[in-house]
Design a protein around this ligand. Sequence first.
Ligand code: F6R
Length: 369
Amino acid sequence: EKGGWATYMDKEIHEQPHAVADTLLGRTDESGRLVLDEIRTTEERLRQVDRITFVACGTAAYAGMVAKYAIEHWTRIPVEVSLAHEFRYCDPIVDGNTLVVSISQSGETMDTLMAVKHARELGAMTLSICNTHGSTIPRESDAVLYTHAGPEIAVASTKAFLAQITACYVLGLYLAQLRGETYADDAKAVMHELQGIPEKIEELLGRMDRVVEMADFMADSRAVLFLGRNVGYPVALEGALKLKELAYIHAEGFAAGELKHGPIALIEPGQPVFVVVPGPDTPHDLHKKVVSNIQEIRARGARTLVIAHDGDEDVEPFASEVIRIPQCSPMLAPLLAVVPLQVFALHLASAKGLDVDQPRNLAKSVTVE
Ligand code: F6R
C-alpha cells in the first residue's frame, strides 16, 4: 500500500502536488472568484471578523505562522498565532468578532480541541482547518474548511502541512474578497498563481538528487541550524522540527534577523546552516538582508546550505550548496521551500537506519493533554 515507495513518508512527500491541488479544487467559480460553500457560516458573519487567532500544535502551528504573514498582508486584519496549549491556559483576548482558527491534521489533538472549546466559551467564532472528515475538532467548531491531503500515515506531517498552508491561503483570500473590490482583484491574481503551484512542486521533487546525497554524507551531524525571515521563518522552524523528530539530531530554527542577538555565537567552522532565501522581489529588501546574513555566517566558517529561487545569482558567492526552487511570489514560497527540508530529514534519518514512519516516542495523533 506504499505504492512502490520505501516509506509512507516518501510516498506522502510525493503526493504533495495532489494535496495542494485537491485542497484548491472547487474553491473558485468560472470568473475566478472564491466560493466556500462548505464552510458552514455566512458571508455576513465573516465580514464582522476584525481579528484572527490561530491555535494549533507543532507543524500545524507553523502553517498558522505562514498564514499570519499572508493574511495580514492580504486583508489587513490583525492575526495572532498561539500554540493551542498556551492559548488554553492564558487569558486570551477574544470576543464575538474574533475568528479563532484551529489547524489540525487529525482533528483529534486534545490540546487543540481544548483551545477550541475555550474559544467558544469566550464567545469567539471558531473555524477548523482539518484533514479528517467527521473528526472531533471540526464537529466542535462553528465553521470548517477541509484540507484534502488524503490520509497521512507517517507520523511526521508533510503533505498535510502543505495542504494546511493552502487552506489558510484560501481562507485569507476569501476574507480579502469579502473586503471589497481592490482586495478582491488581488485575491484573484494570487489564487491564479496558487493553481500553478502543484506543477512547480512536481518539478521540484524531480530535482532532489543532490539533497539526498547531502543527507547521506551529513548522517553524522551533531547539530543543524535553520534560518529564515518572514514566511521563510516558519519554514526554518519546520525544517528543524522534521530533523529533530526523524533523525534525532539537535536542530534549531531562527529568524535570521535574530542571529546577531545571540545565535551567531553557535557558528563555528563546519557548522551546517540551512538558509531559506526569499525571492529577489520580496518587499523591504529582505532578499538582500538574508544574503548578507549568509555572508556573515559564511565568514565565520559555517557550511551554508542555501535554498534559493531559480535565477538568484546573488547567493552563489556565499553558498556551500545551493538548492534551487522554482520562482514564485514571496507569500507562496513556503509551499516550495519546505520540500527540500522534508526530503533532507527523511534521507538523513534513513541514512542513520532509523524508522522514518514511526519515530521513537511519538504518536500520530496526540489525544491526551
Ligand atoms: C510533526 C507533527 C506534529 C503535529 C502536531 C499536530 O511532524 O506531525 O507536530 O503537526 O502534533 O497534530 P494535528 O495536526 O493532528 O493536530
